[in-house]
Design a protein around this ligand. Sequence first.
Ligand code: ADP
Length: 250
Amino acid sequence: MVRVEQAVKRFGDLLVLNNVSMTVKRGQVVVIIGPSGSGKTTLLRCINHLEKIDSGYIYVDGQLVGYRLVNGRLVEAREAEIAKMRAQIGFVFQRFNLFAHMTALENIIEAPVHVLGIPRDEAIAQAMELLRKVGLEEKAHVYPHKLSGGQQQRVAIARALAMRPKLMLFDEATSALDPELVGEVLKVMRQLAEEGMTMVVVTHEMGFARDVADHVIFMDHGVIVEEGPPEQIFDTPQNERTRNFLGLIA
Ligand code: ADP
């Protein structure tokens, strides 16, 4: 579903992704951990082309991100093509990013109606189903400022799912939440994983990573230092930097 090959990304003089390669198979949950500033968010943003890599290749579902083939040659994709690609990838941010002037339901149906052209009735029925799934059916007509952070984040997840994405990216989706609200969001993410959604999750929640990940990647200073199944990364990390990081976090 995702293949990153030797991705390099710089911000000015700062090398943020230094030859990063990774793959995510269909239905897999890959969790990326690592210290702040190690390039985790940038990697996620490159996968759906919110940032453009300087060299390397990124494929999503077999398609080269940001490019298209014309007469056997690669040319940069147009904005509309990039938007179409991005519509197939759900992205959940640290901050909830809901439209403040729209109810939970309106937030969820906005893109399906206006981007996918799904009839409004159908979009509403689907949105109610998604609200039920994230445990917020009774909040359909409530505005974001009347919802807790955890509830807003669950609406944000429902909104992403309403586009029927083939891939979901989570960028520290629980980092901005009060501790008592983290569990309800992780529960929804865990349920999604169990249903077979392909997910790339950047998180500091090591319990979640250990339980839910099929594969864990540890990044530091723009490189993948170590990766493997969660038991290996958490119980027998091979690299000293991984050991230090997990020691500091624990
Ligand atoms: P992480 O998610 O692991 O905390 P980030 O990918 O957010 O790391 O950031 C990696 C590095 O890139 C940091 O040093 C950060 O300050 C820098 N960075 C991120 N985005 C930008 C940007 N738009 N412009 C300049 N520097 C950036």
